[in-house]
Design a protein around this ligand. Structure first.
Ligand code: 5GP
Length: 185
């Protein structure tokens, strides 16, 4: 039996990274797809762990060679999911999570309609802005760019299979786990 594919999206600062980290600790058999990106690593991020940090030239070559299952430009940088990794992982019967933005999620859902898509929603825009500033990983211009995406992301969230409002981490994690378990049968 092939593995199941889960697509997780949500606005910057919504806490999807934290939910996913906790979920993966509890579910060690599930794999996470490490994306390629042209953005610079943040402090503490490691190549091959958080992302494969590559140049724009390398990214363009990978597009030309059709190496991506999906790719998108987000906030001035490119992000993409390697097709071969997804295919190999699912073929081995391993469940896989893609943490990607909404344009990429749409591409994957079109190509792989059985994928389960989950959108993590902020409790409010004000709270999102507070969290985004509070993590101190982006400068003001970057924060503004990311906030501009929010409207488009919230509109796109309507097409997702599930929406989880992250107003409480434990609750959001439980909901995530329930969706995962439900789709297990
Ligand atoms: P960040 O720069 O905060 O790590 O990520 C910015 C956005 O890019 C997030 O919404 C994240 O989910 C998304 N992202 C990360 N990897 C990929 C990918 O491979 N493809 C797409 N389409 N989006 C990605």
């Amino acid at each position: 039996m092939t593995g199941r594919l889960f697509i997780i999206a949500g606005c910057s600062g919504v806490g999807k990274g934290t939910i996913l980290k906790m979920f993966l600790e509890k579910n060690p058999d599930v794999k996470f797809s490490i994306s390629a990106t042209t953005r610079n690593p943040r402090e503490g991020e490691k190549d091959g762990v958080n992302y494969f940090f590559i140049s724009e030239d390398e990214f363009q070559k990978a597009i030309e060679n059709k190496e991506f299952l999906e790719w998108a430009e987000f906030s001035g940088n490119f992000y993409g999911t390697k097709k071969s990794f997804v295919e190999k992982t699912l073929a081995k019967g391993i469940d896989l999570i893609l943490e990607i933005e909404v344009q990429g999620a749409k591409q994957v859902k079109e190509k792989m309609p059985d994928a389960v898509s989950i959108f993590i929603m902020p409790p409010s825009i004000e709270e999102l802005e507070k969290r985004l500033r509070g993590r101190h990983t982006e400068d003001e211009a970057t924060i503004q760019k990311r906030l501009k995406q929010v409207e488009r992301e919230l509109e796109a969230s309507k097409t997702f299979d599930y929406i989880i409002v992250n107003d409480n981490l434990e609750k959001a994690l439980t909901q995530f786990q329930n969706i995962y378990d439900e789709r297990k049968e």
